[in-house]
Write a protein that binds this ligand. Sequence first.
Ligand code: ADP
Length: 381
Amino acid sequence: MGELRPGAAVADKPAPAAATRASKRKTPARAGGDAAPPFVAWLDAVPFACAAYAHDDGALVAANRRFMDEFGELPEHTQRERLLRGLHGDGSADPQPIEVHAPHNGRWYALHWGALPSDDGALALLTAVDISERIETLDSHKTQQEKLLFTSRLMSVGEMAATLAHELNQPLAAIVNYLNGSLRLVDQAGGPVQVERALHAARAQAEHASAVISRVREFVRAREPRRDAHELATIAGTVLELLRLEAERLQLRIDLALAPALPAVYADRVMVEQVLLNLVKNAIEAMREVPAAQRELRVEGRVNLDGEIEVRVCDRGHGLSAQDQDQLFSPFFTTKTDGLGIGLAICRSIIEYHEGRLFFEPRDGGGSVFGFTLPRADGRA
Ligand code: ADP
């Protein structure tokens, strides 16, 4: 049985650390007797990176050429625990294959440890199979699937929006015309002032609805929405004004709490208004059945830890069961008898289009928090 010569089969690239051990150890026993080829030649015949470590002190005993090519530049490769710590932060050689991301070359490996009996102490045999291609394919499938999901959500929402926009545009234009006519009549008759105020409020609502619809139509026609720098205070002001009458009717307090000097958001104003309107409306609806003293709504705006603008609509309504939370953003999920269940799905598409995130959290002390993030406009608009 010959000497263990780790460098022998890697003639043009000897394994320096392995060579230091070579003189002290014997080649591991091999079925078939003395005609065994040098140990490293066996390792070299394996088509993956392969190395043997002493079982007792974990020192590298032999390595094939491929191992030296792929791991030789890692100073930790000469000792098993140090190598493992360098690759996955934990020094234990797991008997189960594990997948690691090697920091020194950015590749993914499946590591597998096997035991190898030898004359002078057992060896631990490491094979490291490069699985980067499989991981990359999986990753790209995942992003592809996410994109597809996003597009199909946009498409189903888009088709519905196109139909709705078409159906609603005509009656809305007629409503605005009738309101203008009524305003003229009230003006000629010199009052009453309450009617005039109500007609103005109704016209503002109808005009907002028209603006939303025409923007949705643009969006559906795949035209670029208009993203610019906008102050959250203006967006929130418009939305809360639209809902003021409904809030008064329900004796509901609305608190707008924006952090001082909040940077502008980079967004399509009407689309974000639509999202906020939807969330605030849902919050108001959730508080219909709770005692009036409890009906308190808070709209918060702040910069979050990631530097994005975060808007939070916090209510004291009935909240959501764990089961409902899971389906919350799926199209057509509704718990209302007259609900369509597309509001939150549309909000999510709009917010994702803006590179933001729509989220739900239970509110401390009862109720819900629906929120979204938007990029800030600094340096973009
Ligand atoms: P819709 O209002 O037509 O039901 P949405 O997509 O806007 O559609 O909302 C879906 C469902 O999410 C609602 O039916 C309701 O069950 C739940 N939900 C939304 N907002 C709230 C909220 N603030 N509090 C409790 N439940 C809510």
